[in-house]
Ligand binder design. Structure first.
Ligand code: HEM
Length: 217
């Protein structure tokens, strides 16, 4: 038992161990995004579809719903804390020569901490607006009411653009951590990351845009 604990501690305190945990938690969050987007897509079927979907979510046993919510929260916290630790370690270990190298890094990779903070702020607002003050039986009405406010829609669109940058770099990093991004195939993974980001974030942004343009009413 002691051996398992010692090995686990060594893994978490090693740089590669932390990178793997960040990649695994990031993958879980990406899967959550795909699942959440799939659920949100029911809005295109009309009020009955999304209301049935939202009510369905709440018919699962309360312990299961809370286990999923707390699990998600733990994943977000582990992902954020370990990413910051890795970032601090990288900054400390960098030589002036390597510092110059960061100039070539993409905008997405250089702004990961900022886009991450923006996503957390967005999530707090989103949970307050649609989960705490929402009503699953009238999910459609709540979403429409929220996005009829231009400022609210604008905030969602800006936050989801930050999410795009974060997801784009995240998908690439996950592939790199798991050793999938060899120099030869790296450009292909770049394209996959961009397409994934556009599909997921475009799907989310389409909803406030459709409400503002009157396509959803
Ligand atoms: C236009 C875009 C979006 C719409 C219309 C939307 C809609 C919703 C709705 C209606 C709920 C409440 C579900 C319920 O409990 O009844 C919800 C919950 C949630 N959303 Fe979103 N969402 C959007 C974007 C996002 C994004 C981009 C993220 C993540 C970055 C996100 C993360 C969450 C989370 C974590 C919950 C809480 C789930 C729970 O109840 O435990 N959402 N969303």
């Amino acid at each position: 038992m002691n051996d398992i604990i010692t090995t686990a501690c060594k893994f978490v305190t090693s740089s590669i161990g932390r990178k793997i945990i960040v990649a695994l938690t990031g993958t879980c969050l990406l899967l959550f995004l795909v699942g959440h987007l799939a659920g949100n897509m029911t809005i295109w079927g009309g009020s009955e579809w999304i209301n049935t979907y939202a009510t369905g979510l709440h018919t699962m046993p309360a312990w299961l719903l809370w286990a999923i919510r707390l699990g998600l929260l733990a994943i977000v916290l582990i992902h954020a804390v370990l990413t910051l630790v890795l970032k601090l370690e990288n900054t400390r270990a960098r030589t002036p020569y390597q510092m110059e190298g960061t100039m070539k890094a993409t905008l997405s990779s250089r702004t990961m901490v900022y886009t991450g903070v923006m996503i957390v702020c967005f999530l707090l607002f989103h949970l307050w607006q649609l989960t705490i003050n929402g009503d699953p039986a009238d999910c459609y009405g709540h979403v429409l009411h929220a996005f009829s406010n231009e400022w609210c829609s604008l905030f969602y669109i800006v936050a989801i653009c930050c999410l795009f940058m974060h997801v784009r770099h995240g998908v690439q990093s996950v592939m790199q951590t798991f050793g999938l991004a060899t120099r030869k195939v790296r450009p292909l993974y770049n394209i996959i990351a961009v397409l994934f980001g556009i599909a997921v974030c475009g799907g989310f942004i389409a909803i406030p845009v459709a409400v503002l343009t009157g396509l959803l009413r």
